[in-house]
Design a protein around this ligand. Structure first.
Ligand SMILES: CC(C)(COP(=O)(O)OP(=O)(O)OC[C@H]1O[C@@H](n2cnc3c(N)ncnc32)[C@H](O)[C@@H]1OP(=O)(O)O)[C@@H](O)C(=O)NCCC(=O)NCCS
Length: 125
């Protein structure tokens, strides 16, 4: 077993700008329907949650990079961020070949008015 980690931080206003400028096109390229529903339900703080999920996907990418043959193997929507009944975030993958090499993967997210950040730890074969 080996361990890999990934982290990312992003300015929330960059994500807000992208969403306001390109609307649905940006949302549909980056986020799953479930992620959009989660963030939209947050109303006034929705951009914090969108930015957090953007950082989370970047952090996932950095952690799983060691398992990829090329960096285009994983698109934004193939790593979905969900939250359990306590609010703790977790990752599910959609249609990725490397998933059977992951023994365990965990994520932690934080955000405030200006920044969102995420950290991923993965144990893999
Ligand atoms: C859950 C909690 C830790 C979130 O902290 P916060 O400073 O309010 O908010 P942050 O921006 O740092 O974190 C928000 C993210 O925490 C994550 N989170 C929420 N509940 C969580 C839980 N039960 N476990 C792990 N992560 C959780 C989510 O990813 C959330 O972002 P999202 O809704 O966009 O997915 C906090 O509200 C809480 O309930 N704390 C309990 C009291 C405490 O911390 N006691 C200290 C004991 S040592």
């Amino acid at each position: 077993m080996k361990i890999a980690c990934g982290t990312d931080i992003i300015e929330i206003n960059r994500i807000q700008d992208a969403i306001e400028k390109s609307g649905l096109r940006f949302l549909k390229e980056i986020y799953t329907d479930g992620e959009i529903e989660y963030c939209q339900n947050k109303k006034n703080t929705k951009y914090e949650h969108y930015a957090a999920r953007f950082a989370a996907k970047e952090a996932v990418f950095k952690a799983v990079y060691v398992l990829l043959e090329n960096k285009f193997e994983l698109n934004w929507k193939q790593a979905e961020i969900k939250n359990d009944k306590f609010g703790k975030p977790y990752i599910i993958f959609h249609d990725v070949e490397f998933e059977n090499r992951i023994h365990s993967i965990d994520i932690s997210i934080s955000h405030c008015k200006q920044y969102a950040t995420a950290y991923v730890t993965m144990i893999y074969e």
